[in-house]
Design a protein around this ligand. Structure first.
Ligand code: F0G
Length: 459
């Protein structure tokens, strides 16, 4: 089509009212939740860009599929339908359903890691890192240097630094039970990994005899970026590209709440039969029997349909374009974001936006609070609250970047919602000198961003 507008390739079939809390209600809510937006009631939020995880709209085909759910405890028909779709996509013979991605991570790492091991990854997502560290192992982030430069326009900023990987394996391969690659690289800005880079990682892993696992979270978005940015892929279907990505891996963890287009679910898939057996045994202990893994039969149906829909070209074109649309709009008004825009989210680069707030006063958290205060928009901090490490002397290591992520739920908001978000961001960015820094008044020992409590530091 020669028209410029990329339309949503769906029409709305059922609607959900949006709450419209006023300014006073939002200020009261902020005080009640100690400036941690995870504590808000969803009905206190106008546009919820906290996460793209499990928050998307399912299609009428998915809802119809749910009516076919077989709730048999063992051997459910829905499991076999789910397994066949996953197998077709990944080529992996062992498909273990889990209630979400982190359950797959926990099971995989429990069975593969021991204290003192290390896992290299382009960038571990926070649950992945926590699950590695929970086993007493080290989570090493080895994204290419461009991946840490918000302004760099490298087309595949999620790529693994293959030289660093080689060095880690050469130094002590026995401490590395597996290598992971996260597609797309969520914590680094939703940036893709190229097929060429995956091939190089595979080659290094082969040379050292180390298995390669994908955190396949947003595999379809990654496939679209390969199609549109990497030589030789423009004429390939997204599904074929995804199949080629999975063919390079020995296994994967998958949270179906993102590119599974489902509200819950996930899986662990692999080629190694012996490891799969150990994982299934652990699955039974905490998740459930291997043909449901903590999910209802109808969830397995919804994921099976979602995995077919997510590789649709029209969907992916709209998806990636609608994220870029938000980034372009706020960039045009001078708000810096990680470039180029990611697949599932826009990442506002806060260090240059709020230079007066030092990293020790959590500038990205400050901006997250401001977006909610003035416009009821809920984003998430991806900076020192999430990644800085408290040290024994009471100080903290700083995070490499201070970002505010505006994650776009799939097939949920329309262009006018996104126009509103852009307006709110632009207004918040126009009075940054009035925004205070924050201090943490309470925090748990890990994953503190979910529950930490903050207080503003009077200016
Ligand atoms: N890996 C990546 C790259 C993720 O982004 C997530 C979750 C997980 C693993 C864990 O999956 O939530 O199903 O257990 N990301 C969500 C987010 C929570 O907001 O980015 P899960």
């Amino acid at each position: 089509m020669h028209f410029q507008t990329t339309i949503e390739p769906f029409r709305i079939h059922s609607v959900e009212a949006i709450a419209l809390p006023d300014e006073n209600q939002r200020e009261t809510a902020l005080e009640r939740v100690h400036y941690n937006l995870f504590g808000l009631h969803a009905d206190e939020v106008i546009i919820d860009l906290l996460t793209d995880s499990g928050t998307g709209a399912m299609s009428s085909r998915q809802w119809a599929g749910m009516m076919l759910g077989d709730e048999s405890y063992a051997g459910s028909r829905s499991y076999y339908r789910f397994r066949d779709v996953v197998h077709d996509l990944t080529g992996m013979p062992h498909v273990i359903p889990t209630h979400q991605g982190r359950a797959a991570e926990r099971i995989l790492f429990t069975e593969t890691l021991t204290s003192g091991d290390v896992v290299p990854n382009n960038t571990h997502f926070d649950t992945t890192r926590a699950n590695v560290e929970y086993q007493g192992a080290g989570a090493l982030d080895i994204v290419i240097p461009e991946g840490l430069e918000p302004d760099s326009r490298h087309p595949f900023k999620g790529n693994v630094d293959v030289q660093q990987l080689e060095k880690i394996l050469a130094d002590d391969v026995h401490r590395v039970p597996l290598v992971m690659v996260t597609v797309t690289n969520n914590s680094g800005g939703g940036q893709p990994v190229s097929m060429a880079n995956l091939r190089e990682v595979r080659e290094v892993c082969d040379r050292y005899g180390v298995p390669l696992f994908l955190d396949a979270c947003r595999f379809a978005e990654n496939a679209w970026f390969i199609k549109t940015r990497e030589d030789g892929y423009l004429d390939r279907r997204p599904k074929e590209i995804a199949q080629e990505m999975f063919a390079l891996a020995d296994g994967c963890t998958f949270p179906a709440k993102k590119d599974g287009l489902a509200n819950i679910g996930g899986f662990l898939a692999m080629r190694d039969a012996r490891l799969a057996e150990r994982c299934r045994n652990l699955l039974i202990l905490t998740e459930g029997f291997p043909t449901y893994g903590g999910l209802a039969g109808y969830d397995l149906e919804a994921i099976a349909v979602g995995l077919e829909e997510v590789v649709d070209e029209h969907y992916l074109r709209y998806r990636i374009r609608s994220t870029a649309y938000l980034a372009e709009k706020i960039n045009a008004a001078g708000v810096p974001t990680v470039q180029p825009p990611g697949g599932h989210a826009v990442y506002i680069e806060v260090r240059s936006l709020l230079p007066h707030i030092p990293q020790t006063q959590y500038p990205a958290q400050a901006f997250v609070v401001e977006l909610y205060r003035i416009g009821g928009v809920r984003g998430v901090e991806i900076g020192s609250v999430m990644f800085a490490k408290p040290q024994p002397d009471g100080t903290e290591t700083a995070a490499p970047m201070e970002l505010v992520r505006l994650a776009i739920p799939r097939r949920t908001y329309t262009q006018s919602h996104i126009d509103y978000v852009a307006e709110v961001v632009i207004e918040a960015a126009s009075h940054t000198d009035e925004i205070p820094g924050y201090r943490i008044v309470r925090q748990p020992p890990w994953l503190r961003h979910f529950t930490a409590e903050f207080a503003p530091i009077p200016r």
